[in-house]
Each structure stands twice: as structure tokens, then as C-alpha cells.
Ligand binder design. Structure first.
Ligand code: ADP
Ligand code: ASP
Ligand code: MG
Length: 422
């Protein structure tokens, strides 16, 4: 008997009909003798709906007290879908019980709206499994040490599922979603994108962190740390397909570079509109500048991604970096009111109309000229590159957001990602 964790995303849980289908699929696995823990997301649109209600009442409150209530609010979405799934499973004749994150409990730190899981107590879940029940655990949420409900950041149900699988030493964690696996890029943007049969853990980590929302980055980190066997697959196949066929479908995240792996130099292209660019202009060019700007930003718990400093002219320089959309207003305010006056910089300018496009592939380690191909392709399309950053297995550029689709499509073709590997 195996212990299997299934995770179903918002679209997969999007209506009572779909929930009923999920229940039939889970029941099939349970009847085949597997112990089943299921982690659902809120029904599609529900988290957005709830958060929009809060924004109607108080558009830009960024206090802890406000974020605490956002988490209280958003967590109800998963509580509802979990209860509905337990009811649907009972309707299939199975014993099933659902638990909110705080009931398990899934313990997190107190960083409301982006909390991190610290531990999971699996006693209750195990006891239910032993008693023959299918256990539903809400995705996306936990409990901090003061007893507050927290949420794990958008897309966080993936992380809940992988963390539960890790804590319970599950045999496999299956992430059911509205696409049939991980593609070379988002198939909604590039119809020619191809499904990957396997993707290495490192590539998946880069793709997720560069914006491919098919898996939340922290779920991939958990899978790597605890060696969770992780597969992404479709919840839209007929629920009654044979388990052995289903278990081979989709995309497997692999930890070893075996011979069967597709040997492309670039395996995927990720992109995101979630970032914004901030430039501090006319900063006196002297030691400690980067620290004074970025130190203040870090102290405000704002994550910075790409950074560039221009060469100096007349003793002054320009300094640019990117932050997440959600942190943009706070970062601009901090720089304008605190940092810039202190530094004697000329001005702060922001740009919210940018995007980041990244090429990812472990083949980049052993091949030179991959980044330059990327720059050539963008140049041929007349796309100006504003910032560049590289790591061993990825190159990212910041460009004007209006060119995002064009850039992704051109790069996808140029790196042959639309062709099946030889
Ligand atoms: P869920 O609600 O199941 O968690 P998400 O919307 O969070 O689903 O993630 C699935 C979506 O991720 C897909 O519908 C697809 O548009 C998008 N996506 C982005 N990049 C990729 C990729 N490389 N491969 C597959 N899907 C991707
Ligand atoms: N419901 C949450 C969200 O929309 C979590 C998730 O779907 O993974 O972000
Ligand atoms: Mg998701």
C-alpha cells in the first residue's frame, strides 16, 4: 500500500461538477488500496474575489493588522473547497474528513500573505488514514505560533501539498492542474509549446522562480530538500483512466540527470509581469551606496531581484533594481522620503510596465554563446534590453512589457523548443 498525496488546483475544483469528478478520481485511487491525502485549492476565482472585497474597503493598507485579516479572509476559500470535496467523497461511499491548516496543524512563521511552513504535525492525519479515511487538508494556509491563520502566498497550495508529502514521507505527490504537465513555456502564450516528459529539479526551480506559475517555487524547494517524488499532470483526463496509465502521464520532476532526459540546451522559457523597476538617479558615486539603498529596502522586508549600477559621470551614478509589484508603492515611498534625501540623490523614477523573460536549461552549463543567441534574437525583433542577469543555468532580461509575447515566441522558436528533441 502506498501513501499518495494529490493536489487539485482552482480550475480543477472550479464547480460542483468538477469537484465530483475529483472525488471520483480520488475514490479510484483509494479503492485501489492507496492511502490518500488530498490538498485542494479554493474554487477558481474565489481567492481573487475575496481579496478584491478587502481592497474595496481599504485599497492600500499595508500593515500587519490588515494582512492578518487578508489571511483570515483568503483561507476561507480553501476551507470551503475542502469541505465540499469531503462531502463529494462521502457521496462516493468513502469515509472522508477535511481539516483546515490550523486543525492539522500546519505551523508557519507569521509573515502574513507569504508565510513559510515550519512544521507539520501528521498525527491526526495518520490516525484517519489508518482508520481507512481519505483525508483532505486545505491548501495555502497554516497557523503561526500565536494562533493566527496565515497563508503561503499566491499559488501556495502546491507548497502545502509537497510539504504534507514530505512530512508524511508519501510515496508520491501528484499535482493535478489544468494543463497536462510542465511545458517548454506557458502553452497559453505559445501554442507550439511542448510538454516535457521530465524536467530536472534545478530547471524546475529556476522556471518557477522566474515566473512559471505551474508550480509555486517553494513547493519545488520542498521537493528538492526532502526528495519528494513530484509529478504535474492533468485533472481533465477522464477520471476512470487506468491508474498505471495516469501515474505515468504528465511531467516528472527528476533529481538525476539520466540518459533519458531530453538533452536540450535550453529547456524552457519563463516570463513574468510581476516585477517593476525602480531607478535612483544622480547618486553620489562613493563606497557604501549600494548598501545604503538596498539595505534600507531589505530592512523594510522588500525583496530585490535584478540590480544594475551605471558607470559614473561627474562623480554621480544611476542605480536601478527590480521589486515585486506588490512592494512597488512601499519601495517608492521609502526611497523618496527616507533614502534619497539622505543620500543626496537627484530623483527616483519607477517603471511598472516591464516584464522579465528568462531562458532556463542545464545545458547552458556546458555550452557557450547561449546568452548571446538570446540577445541576438531580441535585437532582431527590435526589442531593447533594459537589464540582464545570469546564473549557471539561466539568463534573464528585463524588457518593455509590450514586447513580452513577441520575445517569448521568438526565443521559443530560436532555441528549437517547438521541435521534438532528436
Ligand atoms: P492551478 O490552479 O492548478 O494551481 P495554475 O493556474 O496555478 O493552476 O498553474 C497552471 C497554469 O500555469 C497553466 O494553465 C499555464 O497557463 C501556466 N503555465 C505557466 N508556465 C507553464 C509551463 N511552463 N508549463 C505549463 N503551464 C504553465
Ligand atoms: N487559492 C490560492 C491562490 O489562488 C492558492 C492556490 O491556488 O494555490 O493563490
Ligand atoms: Mg497554482
Amino acid at each position: 500500500m502506498s501513501l499518495i498525496v494529490h493536489k487539485y488546483g482552482g480550475t480543477s475544483m472550479g464547480s460542483t461538477e468538477r469537484i465530483s469528478n475529483v472525488a471520483k478520481r480520488v475514490a479510484k485511487w483509494a479503492r485501489a488500496g492507496h492511502q490518500m491525502v488530498v490538498v485542494p485549492s479554493a474554487m477558481s476565482g474565489e481567492t481573487n474575489r475575496l481579496l478584491a472585497l478587502a481592497k474595496e474597503l481599504a485599497p492600500s493598507k499595508l500593515t500587519d493588522a490588515y494582512n492578518r485579516e487578508l489571511d483570515m479572509l483568503a483561507a476561507t476559500g480553501e476551507q470551503a473547497s475542502s469541505a465540499l470535496l469531503a462531502i463529494a467523497l462521502q457521496a462516493q461511499g468513502l469515509e472522508s474528513v477535511s481539516y483546515a491548516g490550523w486543525q492539522v496543524p500546519i505551523r508557519t512563521n507569521s509573515a502574513y500573505t507569504k508565510a513559510r511552513i515550519e512544521s507539520i504535525d501528521d498525527k491526526k492525519v495518520r490516525a484517519d488514514l489508518e482508520a481507512g479515511r481519505v483525508v483532505i487538508v486545505t491548501g495555502f494556509q497554516g497557523l503561526d505560533e500565536s494562533g493566527n491563520i496565515t497563508t503561503l502566498g499566491r499559488g501556495g497550495s502546491d507548497t502545502s501539498a509537497v510539504a504534507v508529502a514530505a512530512a508524511m514521507k508519501a510515496d508520491e505527490c501528484l499535482i493535478y492542474t489544468d494543463v497536462d504537465g510542465v511545458y517548454t513555456t506557458d502553452p497559453r502564450v505559445v501554442p507550439d509549446a511542448r510538454r516535457l516528459h521530465t524536467v530536472s529539479f534545478e530547471e524546475m526551480l529556476e522556471m518557477a522562480s522566474m515566473g512559471s506559475k505551474v508550480l509555486q517555487i517553494r513547493s519545488v524547494e520542498f521537493a528538492g530538500k526532502y526528495k519528494v517524488k513530484l509529478r504535474v499532470l492533468s485533472s481533465f483526463t477522464p477520471w476512470d483512466i487506468a491508474i498505471n496509465e495516469e501515474a505515468k502521464s504528465g511531467t516528472l520532476i527528476t533529481f538525476e540527470e539520466d540518459e533519458n532526459m531530453e538533452q536540450a540546451i535550453v529547456s524552457g522559457i519563463a516570463f513574468t509581469r510581476d516585477e517593476t523597476k525602480i531607478s535612483v538617479l544622480g547618486v553620489p558615486d562613493k563606497p557604501g551606496i549600494a548598501y545604503q539603498i538596498l539595505g534600507a529596502v531589505a530592512d523594510a522586508n522588500i525583496e530585490v531581484d535584478m540590480i544594475i549600477q551605471n558607470i559614473s559621470k561627474d562623480g554621480k551614478t544611476d542605480f536601478s533594481f527590480t521589486v515585486n509589484h506588490g512592494d512597488y508603492a512601499r519601495a517608492m515611498d521609502l526611497l523618496k522620503t527616507v533614502v534619497v534625501p539622505k543620500l543626496g540623490a537627484q530623483e527616483v523614477v519607477g517603471d511598472t510596465k516591464i516584464c522579465k523573460v528568462s531562458i532556463v536549461g542545464i545545458g547552458m552549463r556546458s555550452h557557450v554563446g547561449v546568452a548571446s543567441t538570446m540577445f541576438r534574437v531580441l535585437a532582431e525583433e527590435g526589442i531593447n534590453i533594459q537589464m540582464i542577469s545570469t546564473s549557471e543555468i539561466k539568463t534573464s532580461v528585463v524588457i518593455d512589457e509590450k514586447y513580452m509575447e513577441l520575445a517569448v515566441k521568438a526565443l521559443h522558436k530560436a532555441f528549437g523548443l517547438d521541435q521534438a528533441p532528436a
